[in-house]
Design a protein around this ligand. Sequence first.
Ligand code: ADP
Length: 162
Amino acid sequence: MASIAVCPGSFDPVTLGHLDIVTRGAKVFDKVIVAVLNNRSKQPLFTVEERVQLLKEVTKDLPNVEIDSFDGLLIDYVKEKEASAIIKGLRAVSDFEYEMQMASINRKLDENVETFFMMTNNKYSYLSSSIVKEIAKYHAPVADLVPNIVEKALKEKYSSVT
Ligand code: ADP
C-alpha cells in the first residue's frame, strides 16, 4: 500500500521553510498532499485559491506532491484522503507545546494516523509566513525567505498599501 502523508498549514504564503519540509517529506513518503487550511477565524493576506496556486507553482518539479485545501477537522480530511500520516515542521521549542497537543488529540481521534515531526533546516528556523508578511509590508527584501513567484505576489499585494 502506498504511504500517503498530509502536510497541513495556512501557507499564507508558502516560504522556503515550508518548501524545505515538503521536499524532504516527499523523499520519505510515496505521496505528500500539502493541504491549505481554510480557516475562517483568521484574516489571511492571500485567498485559499491564491495560496493553492502559489504552492502548485513552487512544487511543480516534485511529482509526488499534490496541493489541495480543506475545511473542518484535519483528521477527517486525512481519512478521506486515505493517508496514514501527518507531517509537521518544528522550528523552535515554542512550536513544540502546541504541536504536541495537536498530535495527541489527533491520535485520540484516530490511533491509526501517525504524526511525523521534521526539524527545520537551521537556516529557516526563524522563518514564518507572519514574519515574511511583516517584512514585505514595509517593502524590505524577502528574496532569501520565499520563492521568486511568492516575492512577486507579495509585492503586488502590498503595492497599494503603505
Ligand atoms: P506559519 O504561518 O507559522 O509559517 P503554517 O501553518 O503555514 O505556519 O505552517 C505549516 C507547517 O509548516 C507547520 O507544521 C509549521 O510548523 C511548518 N513550518 C512553517 N515554517 C517552517 C520553517 N521555517 N521550518 C520548518 N517548518 C516550518
